[in-house]
Design a protein around this ligand. Structure first.
Ligand SMILES: *Cc1c(COP(=O)(O)O)cnc(C)c1O
Length: 340
């Protein structure tokens, strides 16, 4: 099977498992797990930030960040298709009691010009207090689109003017960083908090990191406990994440090249309307006849390939470290031979 459903389906390699087996561990609720401590310091350093917190999932890191940055009755500005809003089970309302101002922007990204009119006047009691802006890079619903760093800097300047924190859902931030040529520390300096997933393209089995300033992480630590996310000898799984960050970042470019190759093949097909321009490891195919979507997916399934439906008339293929260049050649053969 060639599993294109998501980059979350990867299995730990032998070398990663070896690192996990031999990891020194301790009770992380007491802050005594050396592997977790190393992972947290390593990741904070990468982005030039002060501290980091190892958590069970990207949903947990995002929800903790939102909880720390806001108070009940406040408002978060984010993209209408952002993961924090669309795919976290209503967690913003449920966990933190805050409302959302949802903006529609190009391929999952928002611009400072769009944010401006929705910054509520804090002196007018009619309006919820705008308390947080949350961005996503790469943007999943945008087909793995990368933010323009200049736009991020403009949003950051806006946030500083309005004393607003800026959060990044960077579940796939390393996919962006190997392509955009931006220095990681420059990038980190734009945000008050960053959530980074180890279990997506980086290929670790479990875990995400929340990165920020020391006082922010201190508060996040408390919220993680409240959300039931305090883990004990979790260095066993954190070691997989550390291995992933040290070994699997540069190779993300291979996934991107594989995704590009798929894009090229799809663009030759007369049943394809267009592909959302591939920038990283996500290929979103928009069909000419949307009604054929499930039939096309079924044909791929018969060949042992598993793309996902991605909304009306759209199919998503995600490349990752368990998909090789020869798997891609095989898939391109199937794309070219499909009879509809
Ligand atoms: C996967 C993902 C997350 C976090 O998902 P978990 O499954 O909770 O780890 C957050 N944001 C984006 C954009 C994602 O793709």
């Amino acid at each position: 099977m060639i599993d294109f459903r998501s980059d979350t389906v990867t299995k730990p390699s032998k070398a990663m498992l070896d690192a996990m087996f031999s990891a020194p561990v301790g009770d992380d609720v007491f802050g005594e797990d050396p592997t977790i401590n190393e992972l947290q310091e390593y990741t904070a350093d990468l982005f030039g930030m002060e501290a980091a917190l190892y958590c069970s999932s990207g949903t947990q890191t995002n929800q903790i960040a939102i909880n720390v940055h806001t108070s009940p009755g406040g408002e978060v500005i984010t993209h209408v298709e952002s993961h924090v809003y669309k795919y976290e089970g209503g967690g913003i309302a449920r966990n933190s009691g805050v409302s959302v101002r949802l903006l529609d922007g190009n391929r999952g990204r928002i611009s400072v010009d769009q944010i401006l009119p929705w910054m509520n006047n804090p002196d007018d009691v009619h309006f919820p207090l705008t308390q947080l802006i949350s961005l996503e890079d790469t943007a999943n619903r945008g087909g793995g689109a990368i933010y323009d760093f200049n736009e991020i800097k403009k949003i950051r300047a806006f946030c500083i003017d309005h004393v607003l924190p800026l959060h990044l859902d960077g579940a796939r931030i390393m996919n962006a960083m190997v392509e955009n040529g931006v220095d990681l520390k420059d990038y980190g300096s734009q945000f008050d908090s960053i959530s980074l997933c180890l279990s997506k393209g980086l290929g670790a089995p479990v875990g995400s990191l929340l990165i920020g300033k020391k006082d922010f992480i201190k508060k996040a630590h408390r919220v993680r406990k409240v959300f039931g996310g305090g883990m004990r000898q979790a260095g066993i799984i954190a070691a997989g994440g550390l291995y992933a960050l040290k070994n699997n970042v540069e190779r993300l470019k291979e996934d991107h090249a594989n995704a590009k190759a798929l894009e090229g093949a799809f663009n030759e097909m007369d049943w394809v309307d267009h592909v959302l321009g591939v920038e990283t490891n996500i290929v979103v195919v928009v069909l000419k006849n949307g009604e054929l979507r499930d039939q096309i997916i079924a044909k791929f399934n018969q060949k042992g390939m598993t793309p996902m439906p991605f909304g009306p008339g759209m199919i998503r293929f995600v490349t990752h470290l368990d998909i090789s260049a020869s798997d891609i050649d095989q898939t391109i053969g199937v794309i070219r031979s499909l009879v509809l």
